[in-house]
Write a protein that binds this ligand. Structure first.
Ligand SMILES: *Cc1c(COP(=O)(O)O)cnc(C)c1O
Length: 370
């Protein structure tokens, strides 16, 4: 029996273990020195003035849209090919998700098609740095400026990714990250918001803490929630942040090795591509195959202990509760087609070279028979 190659695997060293023990013994469990340190690290890493640690990436997105006063009868422009959290936060704010089809090569929002979707109701743009690759931010930020729109960058899958040498998360008025278990670095659950805007930062910090003024007990200035991160999470995340470059480098190296090994099946498999101006951090290594062979291939790989996954099997506009906003099959042909073709293969830092060869050989074995 061959060992299992998981699609994602979180891993921690003694550093994370010791950091958690230190917190437990300190008696300070929430919004203490570890959280402050983590926020400093993220602000410095992304080159932003402010960072706020919260309980998840979803919570981070919610804080962002809340503080931008996204609400009823307003529209937020985003991609239909993303994790559902992106769109859930729009719906939770009673706004309408307005989708734009995706780019055929990067699978991120096709920025050249955003303009035609901007209306008087448009409040914000919500691009997603899918699979670890940034969107076309020259175009997106130019449009935002021209039409006075806010940009919230969903960089949940893209810590460390770059567009024209600038870090993911830094392009919007507000950028958000996730530290969920499967992300490139993790503390189980967690989210980070970054911004240069001091007022946004203060308001998001307050909103995530019951609407309470910073450092002033029971001074409530606005509605709020409890989206605080714990010190245990922050302590783990600090140690993970110290390893982010090394881990991303390993993902990139694995992606290069796997692409090299898969090159000989190029007529069957469409390999991931990275735009020249981007540094792709391969949160997912996603190939495309013939749609009528996909289920069979997924089963074949799983039977051979290769943990593949489909991100994402269906574009979001085709789920009934989202379709209600006036969407139909055929509206976003690129996203619809690609959703039928994608398979993500394991390339996380614990996958070794031998295992990458095994993945490629297993695909070869499948195509020798099919
Ligand atoms: C993971 C993810 C989120 C949500 O993050 P959580 O920490 O799981 O709440 C949002 N958007 C995208 C694109 C993600 O991949």
């Amino acid at each position: 029996m061959k060992n299992n190659i998981d699609i994602a695997r979180p891993y921690f060293g003694k550093e994370e273990e010791n950091a958690v023990i230190e917190v437990l013994r300190s008696g300070i469990l929430v919004r203490g020195p570890k959280t402050k340190e983590l926020e400093r690290l993220f602000a410095a890493y992304t080159g932003k003035k402010h960072a706020i640690a919260v309980s998840s990436g979803t919570a981070a997105l919610e804080c962002a849209l809340k503080i931008l006063a996204v609400g009823e009868n307003q529209e937020v422009i985003t991609t239909p090919f993303t994790f559902v959290a992106t769109v859930n936060t729009i719906l939770l704010n009673n706004a309408k998700p307005v989708f734009v089809d995706i780019d055929e090569e990067t699978y991120t929002i096709n920025a050249t098609k955003i303009k035609e979707k901007i209306t008087r109701q448009t409040k914000a743009l919500l691009p997603v740095d899918l699979f670890g690759q940034c969107c076309d931010y020259d175009l997106i930020t130019a449009l935002a400026k021209q039409y006075s729109l806010h940009v919230v960058e969903d960089a949940c899958q893209a810590i460390g990714a770059q567009y024209k040498q600038k870090k993911a998360g830094s392009f919007g008025d507000i950028g958000v990250f996730s530290l969920y278990a499967t992300k490139n670095i993790t503390c189980g659950e967690g989210g980070i918001i970054v911004t240069d805007n001091e007022m946004f930062a203060r308001k998001m910090r307050e909103f995530s803490n019951q609407g309470q003024t910073e450092n002033e007990l029971y001074a409530y200035t606005q509605i709020g929630v409890n989206y605080r991160m714990t010190e245990m999470q922050a302590a783990i995340a600090i140690e993970q942040m110290k390893k982010v470059e090394e881990r991303n480098a390993k993902r990139i190296q694995n992606a290069i090795l796997l692409s090299r090994a898969l090159l000989r099946y190029q007529d069957k498999i469409h390999l991931p591509s990275t735009k020249n101006e981007n540094t792709h951090v391969f949160h997912q290594y996603t190939i495309r195959v013939q749609p009528d062979q996909r289920n069979h291939l997924v089963a074949f790989l799983k039977e051979r202990s290769i943990g593949v996954s489909i991100f994402y099997p269906k574009p979001l506009h085709l789920y009934p509760h989202i379709q209600r906003y006036g969407y139909n099959e055929g509206d976003f042909p690129v996203a619809e087609r690609i959703a039928k073709e994608v398979i993500s293969l394991p390339i996380h830092p614990l996958v070794n070279e031998q295992e990458l060869i095994r993945i490629a050989d297993t695909l070869g074995e499948f195509y020798a028979k099919n």
